[in-house]
Ligand binder design. Structure first.
Ligand code: ZN
Length: 324
């Protein structure tokens, strides 16, 4: 009987892969560079070759494989097993991912999901979200992604539920990649912290500090990590930037909580490395925004699986399928 599942977290620079047993315990893990040249035509063949060599290493055959689950950027057609509009992979037009895998691994199940959603599934299966039936994972990286689990099931709605990064938090704010202004990802992602700091450094009314002068002199050296470091060291300007960004984020998360009432909101991605400092910073606006009926019943925690969440969640797409 086939016993193994491959979980893939496909990103613009590399793909993280792992081989799991039916209980989603990891048997092996490896990484493949993503070759986005020539319309990304080498990406799937590279993944296939690496899976074949991993199977060989464990003395396994294709027939030992139950399925391949993959988290990917872009717009996913779950029914067709295809992805399109993943521009960082070179995949502008629809790519038949399921067909390509099944050509080499006949009879293997292939499931695709977007990258934020697989991270949510991973945290729900094995991470900080495993004790909750209703969970929101927010990834604070270059942008902001979201994955929503309701009744232990991923919520996809008509296809793209959970794209919380584009909730408009400030109509007068920065221009977003989506064309709107002031989406929460223009404020509270790593990019958002940086551009808020750069904008506030140009304003006379923002607090004066040594860090403010540094931002004015070296705008190219500013990132979210440095802003948090200075805020922690009680630099008044950095504290004001962090407070502004986290007030928007806290308010935004409270509005999501008011509409879907998760038991827990998990924060992941690079910005979440700020840990408890991040949580404490957004809590005042978050608590203030909750309506009385749910106050005190939504926890906020830091995600626990880091970069592993995606491949575990991708594999869980196949595991969940087995339960049905
Ligand atoms: Zn947007």
């Amino acid at each position: 009987m086939a016993e193994y599942i491959v979980g893939i977290d496909l990103g613009g620079t590399s793909a993280k892969l792992a081989l799991f047993d039916r209980q989603l315990d990891k048997v092996g893990r490896w990484q493949v560079a993503t070759n986005a040249k020539n319309g990304g035509q080498a990406i799937i063949p590279d993944l296939i070759a690496s899976i074949q060599s991993e199977l060989q290493e464990h003395k396994l055959a294709s027939s030992d494989l139950i399925g391949i689950g993959m988290g990917t950027p872009g717009s996913i057609d779950r029914q067709a097993g295809s992805v399109q509009g993943a521009f960082n992979l070179g995949w502008a037009k629809a790519q038949d991912i399921r067909g390509a895998f099944q050509e080499v691994f006949p009879g293997v199940k292939v499931a695709l999901e977007n990258d934020a959603n697989v991270a949510a599934l991973g945290e729900h299966a094995k991470g900080a979200g495993k004790d909750y039936r209703h969970l929101l994972l927010v990834t604070l990286g270059t942008g902001i992604g979201g994955g929503l689990i309701v009744n232990d099931q991923l919520l996809v709605g008509a296809g793209n539920a959970g794209e919380i990064g584009h909730i408009q938090a400030n109509p007068e704010g920065f221009l977003c990649t989506c064309g709107n202004r002031g989406c929460i990802e223009t404020i509270a992602s790593a990019t958002g912290f940086r551009q808020t700091a750069l904008a506030r450094a140009k304003q006379e009314e923002s607090p004066e500090s040594s860090f403010k002068s540094f931002v004015q002199a070296h705008p190219d050296r500013i990132d979210a990590e440095l802003i948090f470091e200075k805020a922690r060291a009680k630099d008044a300007f950095a504290q004001a930037v962090v407070e502004e960004c986290l007030t928007y984020l806290g308010r935004c998360l409270s509005q999501i909580a008011n509409s879907v009432h998760p038991q827990c909101i998990l924060l992941g991605g690079g910005v979440a490395q700020a840990g408890n400092y991040l949580i404490q910073g957004l809590k005042p606006a978050f608590e203030a925004g909750l309506y009385p009926g749910i106050k005190g019943s939504v926890e906020i925690k830091i995600a626990s699986l880091g970069n592993d969440a995606g491949m575990i969640g991708a594999a869980s797409l196949i595991q969940n399928d087995l339960k049905e």
